[in-house]
Design a protein around this ligand. Structure first.
Ligand SMILES: [Zn+2]
Length: 344
């Protein structure tokens, strides 16, 4: 290429709009740093992690498994218990994906929180399929939960207005904008309560718990199995938490909600969990409201990003993909699309 042609090219790029620049950026990235080598390495690592205790049938958990040739260049296995064949991807979010390599670009888009339409341009897969991919991997990641909290646990709830975004006909209610900031005053049954508990090692549970104010039984159903009397709980003064801790025999510090920065003994506060709420809501803003029935998936998505520091590196991509593939998913496009809103 002649130097002046290159100059012209740079000038032309400079004049492009932001969307085209972004597309060009990803096209160049693919050309300079093709995903293919990463893709093969990740698949190998996935197999080793998934079958770290030996080959297991994803359908019946049978352990008598033999290699059964290759199909479409992918290793197949046969289970002697159920007599069925499977691949490394069976019952993972990547099952029946024609181009597993494209998943890597898609995970990059997820780490950057890109919309489905933008992702479509970057990945080269229709946004309808990507909608399905997004929720499949999130349904898998949702199953990746902590065993138990350690030591001090901060817990607080936050609210989002119930939304049926994406539903064609909204029966009893006019569509409305998201928002809602009030705490205890004006919390109605139209607001979804999101309960977040986080220990000082950053083990986190963040889930929708109920409509309206948090109640004791919902605290138990969301975080009960991860807490014991060995923990110390920090919450605000809401009575449901007080009763909950009394019943569970958990040491409890009650933080004044109106006094930001209230810290007891220099250690007990709920600032980490409140900062987590704020980061989540700020991140969620980019989606212009999400349907409440998918809110737990968005909470899972955010939790992952927050834990890896929003870094779009090959290690984070690998971690998201491999962790997602360690859990079984049974979703179909139909089951995701027609999912109903439910709370525990
Ligand atoms: Zn089997």
């Amino acid at each position: 290429m002649k130097p002046d042609t290159f100059e012209k090219l740079l000038k032309f790029i400079d004049s492009m709009n932001a969307d085209y620049k972004e597309e060009l950026y990803y096209a160049l990235k693919e050309s300079i740093e093709p995903i293919d080598p990463y893709h093969r390495k990740i698949i190998e690592e996935l197999r080793e992690t998934k079958f770290s205790k030996g080959l297991v049938c994803p359908r019946c958990d049978g352990k008598e498994v033999v290699r059964f040739g290759k199909y479409n260049n992918r290793q197949r296995y046969k289970c002697k218990s159920c007599n069925k064949t499977f691949s490394d991807f069976t019952r993972t979010p990547l099952y029946k994906t024609k181009h597993p390599g494209k998943w890597i670009r898609f995970i990059e888009c997820m780490i950057e929180g890109k919309s489905l339409r933008k992702s479509q341009k970057i990945v080269g897969v229709s946004y309808v399929t990507l909608f399905y991919w997004r929720h499949k991997i999130l349904n898998a990641l949702k199953q990746d939960i902590i065993e138990a909290f350690n030591g001090i646990v901060e817990m607080d709830e936050t609210y989002l207005l119930f939304s049926e975004k994406g539903k064609k006909k909204i029966a009893d209610r006019k569509p409305r904008k998201r928002g809602g900031k009030s705490k205890y005053r004006g919390i109605s049954k139209e607001q979804m309560c999101i309960l977040v508990a986080r220990d000082r090692n950053r083990n986190t549970i963040a889930k929708t718990s109920c409509m309206g104010r948090i109640v004791k039984s919902k605290v138990e159903s969301v975080v009960g199995s991860y807490l014991s009397s060995a923990n110390v709980l920090c919450t605000d003064k809401w009575r449901a938490y007080k009763k909950y801790c009394e019943e569970k025999d958990i040491q409890h510090y009650r933080i004044k909600p109106d006094e930001s920065g209230h810290v007891i003994k220099g250690l007990y506060h709920i600032q980490n969990v409140n900062n987590y709420h704020a980061r989540f809501k700020k991140w969620l803003d980019r989606f212009n409201g999400v349907a409440s029935k998918y809110l737990n998936n968005y909470l899972t998505w955010f939790k992952f990003l927050d834990s890896v520091g929003y870094e779009n590196t090959i290690n984070c991509i690998k971690e998201m993909l491999i962790t997602g593939c360690l859990h079984k998913v049974y979703d179909t496009y139909h089951s995701i699309r027609t999912a109903k809103f439910s709370i525990p």
